[in-house]
Design a protein around this ligand. Sequence first.
Ligand code: ADP
Length: 888
Amino acid sequence: MAESVELPSRLGILPFRNKVLLPGAIIRIRCTSPSSVKLVEQELWQREEKGLIGILPVRDAAETASVGPALSQGVGSDHGERSSRIQVGTTDPQKLDGKNQQEVIHWHTRGVAARALHLSRGVEKPSGRVTYTVVLEGLCRFSVQELSTRGTYYTARISPLEMTKADMEQVEQDPDFVSLSRQFKATAMELISVLEQKQKTGGRTKVLLETVPVHKLADIFVASFEISFEEQLCMLDSVDLKLRLSKATELVDRHLQSIRVAEKITQKVEGQLSKSQKEFLLRQQMRAIKEELGDNDDDEDDVAALERKMQTAGMPSTIWKHAQKELRRLKKMQPQQPGYNSSRAYLELLADLPWEKASEELELDLKAAKERLDHDHYGLVKVKQRIIEYLAVRKLKPDARGPVLCFVGPPGVGKTSLASSIATALGRKFMRISLGGVKDEADIRGHRRTYIGSMPGRLIDGLKRVGVCNPVMLLDEIDKTGSDVRGDPASALLEVLDPEQNKTFNDHYLNVPFDLSKVVFVATANKVQPIPPPLLDRMEVIELPGYTPEEKLRIAMGHLIPRVLDQHGLSSDFLQIPEAMVRLIIQRYTREAGVRNLERNLAALARAAAVRVAEQEQPVPLSRDVPRFASPLVENRLADGAEVEMEVIPMDENNHEISNAFKLASPLVVDEAMLEKVLGPPRFDDREAADRVATPGVSVGLVWTTFGGEVQFVEATAMVGKGELHLTGQLGDVIKESAQIALTWVRARATDLKLAAAEGINILDGRDIHIHFPAGAVPKDGPSAGVTLVTALVSLFSQKRVRADTAMTGEMTLRGLVLPVGGVKDKVLAAHRCGIKRVILPERNLKDLVEVPPAVLGSLEILLAKRMEDVLEQAFEGGCPWRQHSKL
Ligand code: ADP
């Protein structure tokens, strides 16, 4: 610490531009200008004893509106002494030797004498210019009496401003000074503690407070932090100790406050450092550690893998750009951040979608395709022919925009398996999208990504799963889509099936167009009517009628049984199902248009056989030649225990014959007993109709449902009442009206039909009529029950039973005309299935009979009716009741 120094009367002056060196402060400067180099050289470097220089603040010309004393336009002192006017040629005092700009330097009149604590000389290469680096310590204030130049640098005649010892002692007695110095020390102490807390510097600074005189402390403290040039000058000018102390206290206090405010802000910001940011920092550290350990298997690798996958996905360039944008977004996110997973799942989808990946199309061999279809499916000649035509067109023109094939028919008639055969024939992958019950357009088109839990529609999802862009896509049950408030799936399907639009199919989730034009669409439906007309317009309907029992038998023997055996790990060596048994299954256990239940029943038999085979294989030591299943007799014996082998073999015949006998009998042959055991008692029999029409008032109708044609009984009964008509059985409006029409017609013809004894008698007098359609849980509608209703009513009023072997269908007008109805083929097949022998049809439906398999037609008597009377004539044994009456 600088002690009080003897100042010479003249000092070499180093001007400090906009800067003040206060006593006690230490500064390191580099002198490069010729004037300052000269000054340092002469005043410090070349002196033997330690030299002093004066540091004099100089104000920028722009800042002349200064307060406090300054030497301007010349240099003088505040004591009124003036020296000769000095003109300098530059604004930069350190470039005293500078240019010819006639500008005035604003010298401050007070400065600080400084000594060099350290001095080093350097020579710049290649210019050879000499520079000095000086560490200066401010010692004491002086005031400039006169300023003059010595060579290239300034010198000044000065007078010291520091107090003498006596003056000091006097001031120290001043109570104001004492309280000021106490206050200063307290503030300084506080600052030191704050700084020490922050920087954890030991207690060294505190020692200063004890040892250094307070007026010097004031300078040292103020010099230790940044204050403005004006404040520095003000401090320099505070020659009066009390003034200096109060000024210093103010500045130190201000600095203290600013440190505190800054600390508070930092604390606040630190508090706000959110959890995710902290996690981010920790994760960064963890990543760094993992990298160091060579153990880097985290998300970044995943993202890199995703990026690689995206690069190989073959996206079109526009979509690739879009994907890259999304990827950049993902890279910036943290895995815990909301939206990360959804963004990732989206990119995974983009990467997984088959943008250009296609199954290689084989050269289409029509002969092989035909063989394949024949191999997979029995019958269906026309359908197969149409498929071959379709394939032939594709062969000639692979990108042909033919209509979409739509197989329409009851369940289990082979719609799906035909579509899959098309895929096999084309050598493409096959995928099925079930549209049954789809009411939400988003199921087809996907949800926008803004929704929580959003996902792509079924088409895009299916394509992702199948992994190629040219599969055969089966739109299953296209007639079962409905529309509600959530949009209309049919309109989305329209876009899918339209060759013009499906090149750029827009899934809401995907949000970029996907080309569906390479997909081969095939649709299935149970009925044509519910398909919206615009959709139907884009499809070519191929109807698959139900099968006749004979066809079912052939399908079962040729296709279903081998498949079922194979699926259960059996072969005909283990299980045989004779034709007669298959017939029984068809008659007694299934009553369907397709073969699905038949297949199910066959599978049940196979399962039962599989259990027996599996059970027998282990515990019973049967030799290879010994049958596992023989007659029930053998079976029973085998079941008794392990010695059975011994009991079976020693019979009278020779061994050869015995083993042959066993070999023949070896497979388990299904018989009636086994059928009942496995499938339960028969579910249907041909006597059903006879039983149900045993009482008057019941007639047999034929209806058409999504399951194909079916036999529908109509029951009518009368009871005491007021002539009202009650209808039950989940009926729609149309069928209810048919019932009204039927009743009206019967009432109007009551006399003709001999239902009323004389004209004018109300047959409903004192009674109500109730008509019920059994299978009450199934909704029914349509006009085709008209003739059946009339027949039931006539039967009721005449108390004559209708024929049990006759079923009917037809709409009736109020005047008794019988109008044609739909679904004749299915209805006739259903009648045949149910053992009906005679079918009454509207005459105008004759043309539809060509579609009925001849085998079925051959076994049925078809009766055509033009008027209701014709129906009644055929429905009753021995003709219509009125004829009988008339005969009597
Ligand atoms: P759908 O799609 O019409 O409901 P599926 O195609 O699922 O019916 O057929 C049900 C089962 O019946 C399948 O195992 C199928 O192979 C078989 N099947 C249907 N029709 C035939 C047929 N004509 N020849 C051979 N198998 C058939």
